[in-house]
Design a protein around this ligand. Structure first.
Ligand code: MLT
Length: 262
């Protein structure tokens, strides 16, 4: 499905019925990364799965795409669907956007799930690395980004099927969208101070072998949010929801059940 949101054409999936889970994808992927969640969880939940601006089937206007702008895109998508409250579930960049959503639209969240992400802003070195990757995408295309990133996105033992699925998603994205998202992440603010204002139940998931946003980052997020806890996903890396979907989905169900959401 698709709709016009804040001057872009946004593609999204909307499957199942029940409490609404808003699944916010990682960089440089697309809503398709959440297929294992949609297929399993649609029996209990309504899964709303956008392709963020710049990715998948959504438009890729000039950037940078700020986290605030993307959070506002999501609020506008919920408006379009007539959904008053949802449970944002963001992985990595999706987590940065979920934290911005909590700053700007907190009344619309019933609970929160942050996976494989961090609260802090980029260091000067990280910002320089993002600019180098943006130029790499613009000059050599999305395949160069896939080659560079995929080894770091998954645990060493993760199978070729997951690596191939990641590559398919990355190479289908436009260099312009990839570069604009990188430049938006580079200017994102530090979310740490705003986390203490989050009052809804929060689950912080991290892959045991996540080398990009390791467990110390999850612990820092959880320390700042009163009603939160960390769940470590064994044998998974950074894209834990794809690498270990059965355990990931089970964690979501237990968390939402324990908090009276289902
Ligand atoms: C992601 O998986 O979304 C990225 O690793 C986020 C980032 O580059 O900071």
């Amino acid at each position: 499905m698709e709709t016009k949101i804040n001057d872009i054409r946004m593609r999204y999936e909307d499957e199942g019925s029940g409490p609404a889970l808003l699944l916010i994808h990682a960089f440089p992927l697309a809503g398709a990364m959440w297929r294992p969640q949609v297929e399993s969880l649609h029996d209990q939940f309504r899964l709303i799965v956008p392709d963020l601006r710049g990715f998948g089937g959504s438009d890729a206007p000039p950037g940078p795409y700020t986290m605030d702008q993307q959070a506002d895109d999501l609020a506008a998508l919920l408006d379009h669907l007539g959904v008053e409250q949802a449970i944002p579930c963001g992985l990595s960049m999706g987590g940065y956007i979920a934290m911005a959503f909590m700053r700007r639209h907190s009344a619309r969240a019933r609970a929160l799930i942050l996976a494989d992400t961090r609260a802090g802003a980029d260091s000067a070195e990280a910002r320089a690395g993002r600019e180098a990757n943006a130029v790499l995408a613009e000059t050599q295309g999305a395949a160069a980004i896939a080659d560079k990133m995929i080894p770091g996105l998954v645990a060493p033992g993760t199978g070729q099927n997951v690596r191939d699925a990641l590559r398919d998603m990355i190479v289908a994205n436009s260099p312009q969208g990839i570069a604009a998202a990188l430049r938006g992440m580079a200017i994102r603010p530090d979310s740490t101070a705003s986390l203490s204002a989050i009052s809804v139940p929060t689950l912080v998931i991290v892959g045991e072998q996540d080398g990009l946003t390791p467990q110390i980052e999850a612990n820092q997020i959880s320390t700042a949010i009163a009603r939160s806890h960390v769940a470590v996903l064994p044998n998974a890396g950074h894209i834990s929801s794809m690498e270990s979907p059965v355990v990931f989905n089970g964690m979501l169900r237990v968390f939402l059940d324990e908090n009276g959401i289902v």
